[in-house]
Design a protein around this ligand. Sequence first.
Ligand code: LLP
Length: 420
Amino acid sequence: MSYSAFHHVDGVLHAEGVSAIALADQFGTPLYVYSRAALTHAYEAYARACAQRRASVHVAVKANSNLAVLNVFARLGAGFDIVSGGELARVLAAGGKPANIVFSGVGKSADEMREALAAGVKCFNVESIPELDRLDEVARAVGKKAPVSLRVNPDVDPKTHPYISTGLKANKFGVAFDEARAAYRRAATMPHLDVIGIDCHIGSQITEVSPYLDAVDKLLELVEQIEADGTMLHHIDVGGGLGITYDDETPPDTTLFVRTLLDRIEARGHGHREVFFEPGRSVTGNAGMLLTRVEFLKPGAEKNFAIVDAAMNDLARPAMYQAFHAIEPVTSRPDAPRVYDVVGPICESGDWLGRDRSLAIAPGDLLAIRSAGAYGFVMSSNYNTRPRAAEVMVDGDCAYLVRARETVRELFASETLLPE
Ligand code: LLP
């Protein structure tokens, strides 16, 4: 079921009950706007499909780590997937429960392991033998046993952009499928590890179920071998990666996706195991937009440019992955549209947000860059000494500032001059 909290009322784009014009007036631009209802709706599709099954949802914090966003999920009972000590601190500050946190990532430091052990996370998703060694040692030093699952690289093609495909042999992630059984044997001998699960994550913005089924089939084959070796596995973590509609993609809907995977696992005789999902994009992506204002229109012989006040430092996805984000005017004009490249003020040709967009716009107009709730603000930077955008959460008719716009002073407050 498609759902959008972003819709036009009397010709003006609204987030839930609040007009985008009012948001821009009150909070300025560029501005990230999230909808609590859209976050809730997307999360609950997972939660409902998992209800009555042995399955749970761990929201991938990396997609959107704003405390208010995490808090919306925490209030709904979500678990979290983190990849750093920083994300651990955010989840705890947002009211997430440590016992519902899985800790992923290919390069966890000893400090991060210590912090996660002290907090009491549910599981460490370990990606290599040296990481197993380090975790065993850290757990020994603090007198604990670390709950562990190994991230296995199932070598399936998720058919997505190469930068966000992670489950191929050529990727840096996970333990190679052919080496996984031996790695499990090794882990079982480590006295300070408690091996409890298996894990994979094959990529992101995946719009078909078949790569997941291939991955699950391979994982289950391995699970049977590992148990034959005497290690019992309590859970199977299938990672995140379900895609969303940015343009004309048609990903499976969440309920169908979750049920198809759970049914396959059950049909193969593994229904007694708990299944973890780690969605990021599919619970946050379409719950956010980036509002920006047109500064100048610059017609040219080959191209027309619409120069806006948001840039690649605010939303890196177009520059980084040639990603498409729909761009629409907040209010429509009767004028004939023109084709523009929508670009930011940064001194890089790669600073574009949308190419060849047909728009009827004038300087001062507001544009909404859609589907910016995932990997938007979290990937933003201060390049060109641009303060990062403010973030707002809309809830019904109310808008809450959930991250203040940075000031230029803050940007260099911790820098110093050399002595005279
Ligand atoms: N679990 C693990 C271990 C992950 O590495 C990721 C994402 C997820 C879960 C969540 O995946 P999602 O459901 O969001 O696809 N910056 C890129 C996406 C990078 C994804 C990295 N891993 C982008 O903007 O497209």
